[in-house]
Design a protein around this ligand. Structure first.
Ligand SMILES: [Zn+2]
Length: 72
């Protein structure tokens, strides 16, 4: 999962991001990794609603850019 977001991570975010990039997690199996990612996304959804909103606003714009490239 790649997520580049401009926001102020809270303590919980920092802990989870650290977990997600830890060597233990990098070598963990798919299920464990996707569970951890899902946990983080859930946390973002409930605690950092502004991020979710920003991502949603950004999505259609990206899609338009891609379509524009396609028709060039
Ligand atoms: Zn957080």
């Amino acid at each position: 999962m790649k997520l580049y977001l401009d926001f102020e991570p809270c303590q919980e975010c920092n802990a989870m991001m650290k977990d997600l990039s830890s060597p233990e997690m990098l070598f963990a199996d798919e299920v464990t990794r996707s569970n951890e990612s899902a946990k983080f996304l859930r946390h973002l959804t409930y605690n950092h609603n502004e991020i979710v909103q920003a991502v949603m606003e950004d999505l259609p714009k990206q899609k338009r850019d891609q379509e524009f490239d396609f028709f060039k």
